[in-house]
Design a protein around this ligand. Structure first.
Ligand SMILES: [Zn+2]
Length: 310
């Protein structure tokens, strides 16, 4: 195995570990770290919970006493650039230097203004070899919400709707069940993974959706209603000020379109059912600048996930 292949292998493990923090690391990013010496993993860790140890801290803490001597010959793999500032915990870059790790492989740079390359520079100045950008896309993908929030200064926006086989949101303007028991559960899982959920005023008053996660475990997202008094700008600003990193927009059609018209979206998920309605509210038209990232089929229903064309 070449060095590059080896680096990818251990970075893949970092990403896997990082994902364990999906529900609890927020508002911090998900991060995984692995220590390798002599072709063997001697330590692993991930960021479990905001306010507690970072991935690197947990990784070092997992190294056994007899393996401590190997640190001076080890490589530390970490999916996100180590921090360099004093937050609720001391900087991880300092810890890595103190532990004498000579080589550090970083998945992607931290876009957070207080870090942004400083952690990497600190390590290099201390004499460590630093490799940046191994499985960079995957590492960025992992923290899309965190990265969008910290670079676009607004929540990550996910537009989502279900439509009939012939492209209507309802049946002759009357609500109809398009999702299946299974896809409904997926919707609740998605809600648990995001910070806020928004519907338009008409949908809120007519359908009285509960917008909670009763068919999955986790926190209910903050419920927001869009009206003329709470414009999109106000809502996004409120989310940013309150640290809500992601927003699901679940309808209705006009609300979804108003986000697309202003090009305010990062991901779109469309579920298409098996039954045709014949007439009703037309499903929103997809914008032109997108690409399909995933197609899933459950009980005949198809869920297509789109992202922005880069
Ligand atoms: Zn840190």
């Amino acid at each position: 195995m070449t060095q590059e292949e080896t680096d990818k292998k251990y970075m893949r493990r970092c990403i896997q570990l990082a994902g364990n923090g999906r529900q609890s690391a927020k508002p911090n990013p998900m991060v995984g770290a692995v220590l390798v010496a002599g072709g063997r993993i001697i330590g692993e860790g991930y960021h479990v919970r905001c306010g507690e140890g970072h991935a690197e801290v947990n990784c070092f803490a997992s190294v056994s006493t007899e393996d401590e001597v190997l640190l001076s010959r080890s490589t530390l793999y970490v999916s996100l650039e180590p921090c360099s500032h004093f937050g609720r915990t001391p900087p991880c870059a300092d810890l890595i230097i103190r532990k004498g790790v000579p080589r550090v492989v970083v998945g992607c740079v931290d876009p957070f203004a207080k870090v942004q390359g400083r952690g990497i520079r600190k390590l290099q100045e201390a004499g460590a070899e630093v490799v940046v950008g191994v499985l960079e896309d995957e590492c960025r993908e992992l923290n899309r919400r965190f990265i969008t929030f910290n670079t676009a200064l607004r929540p990550y926006i996910l537009l989502k709707w279900a439509q009939t086989a012939d492209g209507f949101l309802d049946d002759h303007f009357r609500p109809m069940q398009i999702s299946t028991a299974f896809t409904r559960m997926l919707t609740h899982k998605l809600r648990a993974e995001n910070d806020a959920i928004l519907v338009g005023r008409v949908t809120a008053e007519r359908d009285r959706p509960r917008l909670d996660v009763r068919e999955w475990s986790g926190r209910d997202p903050r419920r927001l209603v869009l009206s003329s008094a709470t414009s999109i700008d106000k809502i996004l600003d409120e989310c940013y000020q309150e640290g809500l990193q992601s927003l699901i927009v679940e309808g209705g059609g006009k609300t979804l379109e108003s986000f697309m018209e202003r090009d305010l979206w990062d991901e779109i998920r469309v579920e298409t059912g098996t039954i045709a309605a014949g007439a009703g509210t037309r499903a929103p038209r997809l914008p032109g600048n997108l690409r399909v990232v995933r197609v899933e089929n459950y009980d005949g229903n198809e869920i297509i996930t789109y992202e922005r064309k880069s």
